[in-house]
Design a protein around this ligand. Structure first.
Ligand SMILES: C[S@@+](CC[C@H](N)C(=O)[O-])C[C@H]1O[C@@H](n2cnc3c(N)ncnc32)[C@H](O)[C@@H]1O
Length: 203
C-alpha cells in the first residue's frame, strides 16, 4: 500500500470517529474516474471537510493541476491542511475559509472541473455563482443529489428535509434541462450528477 493510500485510510477512520461526512467509497471511485477522464488543470471544490475528496482529486487531475477548495468550518480546514501536507499535496491546493455563497462571487480565475459537496440546499446557487468562471467543456460534479433516494420519491421523507429535497430537485431540473449542460445522474453512493458544460454558445 502506498503512502497516499495509507493517508486516505487514516482519513476514513478519522471521519468515522469524528462523524465527518465524506464521500462514499463508490462515490470516490466515480469522482476519480470522471476527473481522470477530464484531466483538469484548474479544479474548484466546494466543501472540503477534512480534505478526503481533495486528496482523491489531486491523484486524478493533470500532473500540473491545482485545486481551490472552500470550507466554512475552520477546524476542519486545519485538519485538511495537515492531511494534505502529510500527502505532499499542499502546494497544489489553495484553501479558502468561509461561506461558499459569499466566497464564490469574489473568486477570480476559471475552472475546468467543479466539485459541489457543501450545503445541499445551495447547489443551484453555487452553480449560478460559478457559471461565469466555467471554461468551455468544464465538468461539474455534484454529490448527494439523490439524498437517500428521497429526491426520486419523497413520500417517506421527514418534513425537516423537504426544503433540501425541493432544492436538490431544482438543481437536477436545471442541469438536465438547460442546453448549456449535458448531465448524467449516477445512482452511485448518495447520487452523483456529472454535467458537462457545453459553453455559452449553446444558450
Ligand atoms: C459532505 S462534507 C464535504 C466532504 C468532502 N467533500 C469529502 O468528500 O471529503 C460538506 C462540507 O461542507 C461544509 N459546508 C457546508 N455549508 C457550507 C458553506 N455554506 N460554505 C462552505 N462550506 C460549507 C461543511 O462544513 C462540510 O465540511
Amino acid at each position: 500500500m502506498d503512502k497516499q493510500q495509507q493517508i486516505l485510510i487514516t482519513m476514513q477512520d478519522y471521519a468515522n470517529i469524528h462523524k465527518v461526512p465524506i464521500i462514499s467509497r463508490e462515490g470516490g471511485r466515480l469522482l476519480q474516474e470522471v476527473t481522470a477522464a477530464a484531466k483538469p488543470v484548474s479544479i474548484l471544490e466546494i466543501g472540503t471537510a477534512i480534505g478526503y475528496s481533495t486528496l482523491l482529486l489531486t491523484a486524478a487531475m493533470a500532473p500540473n493541476g491545482k485545486i481551490t477548495t472552500i470550507e466554512q468550518d475552520g477546524a476542519r480546514l486545519e485538519i485538511a491542511s495537515n492531511f494534505l501536507a502529510q500527502a505532499g499535496k499542499l502546494e497544489q491546493v489553495t484553501m479558502i475559509a468561509g461561506d461558499a455563497g459569499e466566497v464564490l462571487p469574489a473568486l477570480t480565475g476559471s475552472f475546468d472541473l467543479v466539485f459541489i459537496d457543501a450545503a445541499k440546499g445551495q447547489y443551484l446557487d453555487y452553480l449560478h455563482k460559478v457559471m461565469d468562471k466555467l471554461l468551455p467543456g468544464a465538468v461539474i460534479i455534484a454529490d448527494n443529489v439523490l439524498f437517500r433516494g428521497w429526491v426520486l420519491d419523497d413520500s417517506n421523507a421527514p418534513r425537516r428535509f423537504r426544503t433540501i429535497i425541493k432544492r436538490l430537485k431544482a438543481y437536477l431540473d436545471f442541469v438536465t434541462k438547460d442546453k448549456r449542460f449535458k448531465t448524467v445522474v449516477h445512482h452511485t453512493g448518495d447520487g452523483m450528477a456529472v454535467s458537462h458544460y457545453q459553453g455559452r454558445a449553446n444558450i
